[in-house]
Design a protein around this ligand. Structure first.
Ligand code: SF4
Length: 229
């Protein structure tokens, strides 16, 4: 009889260690960027849900500075779905060019605007509702939920996803899977600020190429097998 194939389960931190990890992060990392950094740029710094969704669509595979530039140029000429749909292709593409992948992004923005117009121009306020809109995945939905609607949601981007996978906090093959797992594992008290702690930790300490494991305050908890000895 053929042997059943063994599936390797990702290693996951014990619940008590998850709590300890968030306590240490909350002690060590600054909180809300909206206050501490004079307002976030790109999708997180937009004044309404429509612009937050569009800026998030622009942010795919784009550096924060390029996303911010594209968003600034686009919103200077169109701030509503009607105005955006009225732009001709060349104007729309020229405005969002700094964010890259501009042809596909222009098509997605048009589809999103058209779908919004069909529902009266109102952006849904629930995660499920947002994810039904064309071009809006879990990350954009969570960013809008957290930054625009003030929900206690930890949005997962590349930095948060890397930290969650390496440490065993909330392993997952995609950012959406990490977000689902993290939502179940993170203590409620940590959800309002958790995104800010994790993203800063990922940018400053648990960096992509050269994580500072020897100086890391989570080192004794972290399950990453490649962490520096
Ligand atoms: S020990 Fe290294 S891999 Fe683990 S959280 Fe710290 S910096 Fe990241």
């Amino acid at each position: 009889m053929a042997k059943a194939k063994k599936t390797l389960q990702p290693r996951e931190l014990a619940s008590l260690d998850v709590e300890t990890m968030f306590r240490r992060l909350s002690d060590a990392m600054p909180g809300n960027w909206r206050d501490d950094h004079g307002g976030a740029k790109g999708p997180k710094g937009q004044p309404d849900a429509f612009r937050a969704c569009v800026a998030c669509m622009l942010s795919a595979q784009s550096l924060d500075t390029n996303t911010a530039k594209a968003a600034e140029q686009l919103f200077a000429i169109a701030k509503t779905p009607e105005a955006m749909l009225a732009l001709d292709d060349d104007t729309l593409i020229d405005a969002i060019r700094p964010a890259g992948l501009y042809n596909n992004k222009a098509k997605s923005i048009r589809k999103f605007c058209a779908a919004l117009m069909e529902r009266g121009g109102t952006v849904p306020e629930s995660r499920a509702g947002l994810m039904e809109m064309p071009g809006i995945g879990r990350k954009c939905a969570d960013i809008v939920m957290s930054f625009t609607f003030g929900a206690n949601v930890i949005a997962v981007d590349t930095h948060v996803g890397r930290v969650c996978n390496r440490t065993g906090l909330a392993p997952g093959k995609t950012e959406a899977k990490v977000a689902e797992r993290l939502d179940k594992r993170a203590p409620e008290w940590a959800k309002a600020e958790g995104h800010f702690w994790l993203i800063q930790f990922g940018k400053k300490i648990c960096t992509s190429r050269a994580p500072k494991c020897s100086d890391c305050f989570l080192r004794d908890l972290c399950l990453w097998e490649n962490k520096a000895r």
